[in-house]
Structure formats: structure tokens, C-alpha cells
Design a protein around this ligand. Structure first.
Ligand SMILES: *Cc1c(COP(=O)(O)O)cnc(C)c1O
Length: 420
């Protein structure tokens, strides 16, 4: 029987029902520790911001807090969750291309340390709002460096039309925004932010990003006498989903980023004092698995289907991005994998396929199918489609399980519905 964090998968399934998200808590902890340890520089201040959109809940944020990392939030809801665990607000960074006035007010009232401004209109709104506050808010400006690395290869794009950030080519607009911040006594403009993609395998993508950003910072200094002290390079560090994925080892990617920043700083005669990264996926993905119960099987002229009791509602990534996953039958770990299956969910949608063509032991109803690396953007993107309750989430460590998010009941599903 497969165990996660020392707990048997059949025990978990019986106790908490399926589908169920299970995290190996020691794996989460060691990942957080690695980021804290590896992203260090002798000459610059460094900061690791956990991008909580990958998986946000109180238990997770408490771990982030315990390891001393900072936090990215992208909505009032993520901010509220941070507040609920008393996260040090000076270490919270608020992102988003369309923050509402209410969300900005909430951030100001909570005392959020840094707001990453995404566009000119947001800069103006924040400038107006800041007049009535009595503390200083740090500000970073998100730019679009024209480097896209959503795949194994990165490309330098002329892609200037992203919904995120201001293109480096729109120099006048960028400088106008920075001048707006500089004239605002409640806003402290620290520097620039860029995020070039997700699931990045090529370290040259990060190097290209660093060179582009430092080059631009140098240009701002030389041409406009604008001096920055912080550079936030975003997230995007890859996780291993299947045996085809070979992410850059964490220590290597961290030291590459740090040493390139140090080098650029020195070579260009700049004085960037602080560099930040924002990993989300790579912190939580591999520590998470999903347990499903097998129901029916079906043979079509060309395929053998095995149906599980979840699917796209708890893991939208295969349908959304053709994401690939690996799986096992937890109660048949030693059986030969002699049958090729298409693993499909229970949603009323043909695209609800979790895995296309995977070799598994012969499946039977009641088997426990576990998909691996579901810790990021799984629960976070889960939906109520077909009105199925959201699964529970359990952290397992040293043979003990603790339920960090309860499974929804049918009552929860209609809880907000009125009889009007
Ligand atoms: C999504 C996102 C991240 C995290 O990305 P991962 O691929 O999960 O590491 C970090 N920063 C920003 C601005 C993002 O939008």
C-alpha cells in the first residue's frame, strides 16, 4: 500500500473520503527551507515570496511564516487568508492587473508592505488614495520585458500586448508612472517587477530576464537619473510532473540568479540592493497528490477507460493546458503495469480526461488511484462544476494526518442559496 507522509492511502481514503488532496508535510517544509537557504547573496539583500495563488490556505501560510518567507497575494481573498494567520503584513506583496478600489483600500488598511502596481490607471488610483494614509507603502512597478518562457524554450518576443505590466518599450509611460510615485510622500518607489512565465526549465530564460532588466535599470539611471534599489524577478520555477520533466535543481537555479544579479550590478555600476523571487508551483506542486476511488471501467473500440470520482473539477490543468500527470494504483503498488488506460473524470464534459494512455495494473472498482504532483493550481483552481463538493485537504507527517481543509458537504453547496 502506498503511503504519503507515513500514512496509508487506504486509511486516508476511508477517513476523509475521496477525492482527497494529500500533502507530504515534510516535503513542503524542506522545500520552504531550501528556498530560504539557497537564495542568498553576500552583497545584496534577498527575499523569497511564496506565490500563494498556487495553494493558499491557513495551514500553508502558517508554514510559510514559520520558515520566514514573504508572501505574494493576488486578491482580497488571498490577503484575507494572510490576515487570518496574522502574517506579518510588511512581508506581504500585493499583485494583480485589476485590483479593485476595495481591494486597494483593504491592503492599505491591513498595512500591506508592498503593492506591485500593474498599470498607469492603478498608479493614479493609488496615488489619489495614498493622500489620506498615515504610513508609507512600498511600490514596485510590473513591467513586461518581452521574454516569454512558458515552455522548455524561452523566446524573446516582440510581445508587447500582455495584459500584465507595462512594456519596456513604453518608456515614456513608465517614466511618468515612476515620477508620480516619486512625488508621493506616502509611496516609496522601490523598483521593478517582471514575471516571464511558469514551469520554466531553461535557466537561460532567467539569465535573459536578468540581463534585460539590469540593462533597462541602467538606461533609467543614465537617461532619467532614476535610481532603483529593488528588482523582483517573479516566479516560474518548474516542478516534475512526469519522467519527461527535468527542472533545474533548486540550488542551481537560485545560485545562477543570485550570481548573475551580483555580476550585472557590478559590471553596470548599479546599486540594486535587494532581489526577490516569487516561486509558487515549485514550492507546493510535488508535495501534493490526489487520491481518487475507481468506479466503472469501459472499453471502446480503441481505448480502455478507467473512471475516477473526481476529474476536471479538482484538476483543471489537463483540460486547460494539456498538462501531463503520473499515477499509481495505491493498493496495487507491486502489481505489473500491464494495461494501458485513459483515466477520465466524472464531469459531463468530454475534455474531462486526467491522463491519456498510462500503464497501470488492471483496475477494479474500489481501487485507489493516486495522481502525483497535484499540489499547485489543483485545489486553487477547483470548481463546483456539476455541483460536486470540493474535496478535503490533508497534511501528513511522520505517520500522522491532519485535515487542513474540510471536505464540503451537500449542505455547503446550497448554503448561500436563498428561497427568494
Ligand atoms: C503566478 C505568478 C507567480 C508564481 O508562478 P509559479 O509558476 O507558480 O512559480 C509569481 N509571480 C507572479 C507575478 C505570478 O503571476
Amino acid at each position: 500500500m502506498l503511503e504519503i507522509g507515513g500514512v496509508r492511502v487506504d486509511t486516508l481514503a476511508q477517513t476523509y473520503k475521496t477525492p482527497l488532496f494529500v500533502y507530504d508535510e515534510d516535503q513542503l517544509r524542506s522545500r520552504l527551507q531550501e528556498y530560504a537557504t539557497f537564495f542568498q547573496s553576500d552583497t545584496m539583500e534577498t527575499g523569497v515570496l511564496y506565490a500563494s495563488k498556487a495553494f493558499s490556505c491557513k495551514a500553508m501560510l502558517r508554514l510559510v511564516k514559520e520558515y520566514g518567507l514573504s508572501l505574494d497575494v493576488v486578491s482580497g481573498g488571498e490577503l484575507y487568508t494572510a490576515k487570518a494567520v496574522d502574517f506579518d503584513m510588511s512581508k506581504v506583496y500585493f499583485h494583480g492587473n485589476n485590483k479593485s478600489k476595495e481591494e486597494l483600500e483593504m491592503a492599505i488598511n491591513y498595512g500591506v508592505g508592498t503593492i506591485i502596481v500593474d498599470n498607469l490607471m492603478e498608479a493614479q488610483m493609488l496615488h489619489e488614495m495614498s493622500q489620506s494614509i498615515d504610513h508609507t507603502i512600498h511600490v514596485l512597478l510590473r513591467v513586461n520585458p518581452g521574454i516569454d518562457a512558458h515552455t522548455h524554450k524561452y523566446i524573446v518576443t516582440g510581445h508587447v500586448d500582455s495584459k500584465f505590466g507595462i512594456s519596456l518599450l513604453q518608456e515614456k509611460e513608465l517614466v511618468d508612472v515612476i515620477r508620480t510615485f516619486d512625488q508621493d510622500e506616502h509611496l516609496s518607489f522601490d523598483g521593478l517587477h517582471a514575471h516571464i512565465g511558469s514551469q520554466i526549465f531553461d535557466k537561460n530564460a532567467f539569465i535573459a530576464e536578468i540581463e534585460k532588466m539590469f540593462g533597462f535599470i541602467k538606461h533609467l539611471e543614465d537617461t532619467y537619473d532614476i535610481h532603483l534599489n529593488t528588482l523582483d524577478l517573479g516566479g516560474g520555477f518548474a516542478a516534475t510532473y512526469t519522467s519527461e520533466d527535468h527542472p533545474i535543481p533548486l540550488q542551481e537555479v537560485c545560485s545562477t540568479i543570485v550570481s548573475h544579479c551580483e555580476k550585472q550590478n557590478q559590471e553596470l555600476g548599479l546599486s540594486i540592493q535587494k532581489i526577490l523571487i516569487e516561486p509558487g508551483r515549485s514550492v507546493v506542486a510535488e508535495a501534493g497528490s490526489t487520491i481518487y476511488t475507481v468506479g466503472f471501467m469501459k472499453q471502446t473500440p480503441n481505448k480502455k477507460y478507467v473512471f475516477v470520482d473526481g476529474g476536471m473539477a479538482d484538476n483543471i490543468r489537463p483540460a486547460l493546458y494539456q498538462a501531463k500527470y503520473n499515477a499509481d494504483i495505491a493498493n496495487k503498488m507491486d502489481a505489473p503495469k500491464d494495461t494501458v488506460y485513459t483515466v477520465a473524470g466524472k464531469a459531463c464534459e468530454s475534455g474531462d480526461i486526467l491522463i491519456e494512455g498510462i500503464a497501470l495494473p488492471k483496475c477494479e472498482p474500489g481501487d485507489l488511484l493516486v495522481t502525483y504532483t497535484t499540489g499547485a493550481y489543483g485545489y486553487a483552481m477547483a470548481s463546483h462544476y456539476n455541483k460536486n463538493p470540493l474535496p478535503g485537504v490533508v497534511f501528513c507527517r511522520q505517520g500522522k494526518a491532519r485535515e487542513v481543509i474540510r471536505r464540503e458537504s451537500y449542505e455547503h453547496l446550497i448554503d448561500l442559496e436563498t428561497d427568494e
